[in-house]
Design a protein around this ligand. Structure first.
Ligand code: SF4
Length: 311
């Protein structure tokens, strides 16, 4: 929860991350997909309106910039603020992402994206890489059949070509040598027996985040405790890169905004998200107080390894 009296509870984190899920739309159809929000009554995707999206990120920066007042309010100290642009698949709208990243950089945010990689062309990478501190890619498998079974294919049954993706990542690193790479893998009933070591070694990310499939929107492809443990054991040689999140680590520990501009939070009780009021109506502080967020859980993701910490 947000501490009411933060004097006794202030902890330290390097970077505070605000995750803005701009859209539900995606060219893939992963069976476990979490990107389903109830936006019917509160309107559509806010990012499509440049004035509204600029107002939203200004309001977010005002409430979450690393100032003493904001530190006291949240019971957490952080040095910098990062806006993580997520979806759905944000790069379906590549030029909007370039615009928002530019606006956010101008305000003082660091910016990252989390993408399935399918729309990341070298041309888009050239525009985007200088505006990003972190490129996040969601990759669940190196096996084409497994990717198809999970739903990681478009309507024409096209899957991601890992050779092309590797070349595009190398291009991004040339354009912005400070760009850090994060790979997210959701461990589920179709990939928990796989060894991802060769692919991870080839892509050489700064962090590999391994998430256990979270049964909030659906229980399809959920796995047992021992299956998640086996997956982690199999990749123990990469522990210097790995940040693993079991279901309990993921609940009420992220700061997330839905496509219509509301804070929301995942919960293991009730099988759905909880929402705050629209931020542009209520203000970020009031909207944030309407959802549960645990500064201690957020901080618990931080380790002594600074390279991993700041991703
Ligand atoms: S790539 Fe991400 S947003 Fe798209 S269907 Fe899969 S989980 Fe959902």
């Amino acid at each position: 929860m947000i501490p009411r009296d933060a004097k006794h509870t202030v902890t330290t984190a390097g970077e505070l991350v605000i995750n803005w899920h701009l859209t539900e739309a995606c060219n893939y159809t992963c069976r476990y997909c979490y990107s389903k929000w109830h936006t019917g009554r509160v309107g559509k995707e806010l990012f499509r309106n440049p004035a509204a999206s600029a107002a939203l990120i200004n309001e977010i920066f005002r409430q979450f910039a690393p100032t003493p007042q904001n530190h006291n309010r949240l019971g957490l100290k952080w040095d910098s603020l990062r806006l993580s642009l997520a979806g759905g698949e944000p790069l379906l709208y590549g030029q909007d992402i370039v615009r928002i990243a530019e606006q956010a950089n101008g305000i003082g945010f660091k910016v990252s994206i989390i993408s399935n990689g399918s729309c990341l062309t070298p041309a888009l990478m050239t525009e985007l890489a200088p505006k990003l501190s972190v490129l996040g890619l969601s990759l669940d498998s190196a096996n084409p059949e497994t990717n198809r079974e999970i739903g990681r294919a478009d309507r024409r049954s096209h899957i991601l070509h890992l050779n092309e993706l590797t070349a595009t990542i190398q291009h991004g690193r040339r354009v912005n040598p400070r760009l850090r790479l994060k790979i997210n893998t959701v461990v589920n009933a179709l990939n928990f027996t796989e060894d991802m070591t060769p692919l991870i070694r080839e892509l050489s990310p700064d962090k590999w985040k391994i998430l256990r499939m979270l049964p909030v929107v659906t229980t399809d492809l959920a796995i047992a405790d021992f299956e998640f443990a086996q997956y982690l054991d199999r990749h123990a040689a990469l522990n210097f890169l790995i940040s693993a999140e079991d279901n309990s680590d993921m609940v009420e520990s992220y700061i997330m905004i839905d496509p219509s501009g509301r804070f929301f939070q995942n919960s293991m009780n009730g099988g759905s998200y909880r929402y705050g009021a629209p931020i542009l109506d209520a203000g970020a502080e009031a909207s944030f107080r309407q959802i549960n967020w645990h500064a201690e859980k957020f901080q618990a993701r931080y380790t002594d390894d600074n390279r991993i910490v700041s991703l």
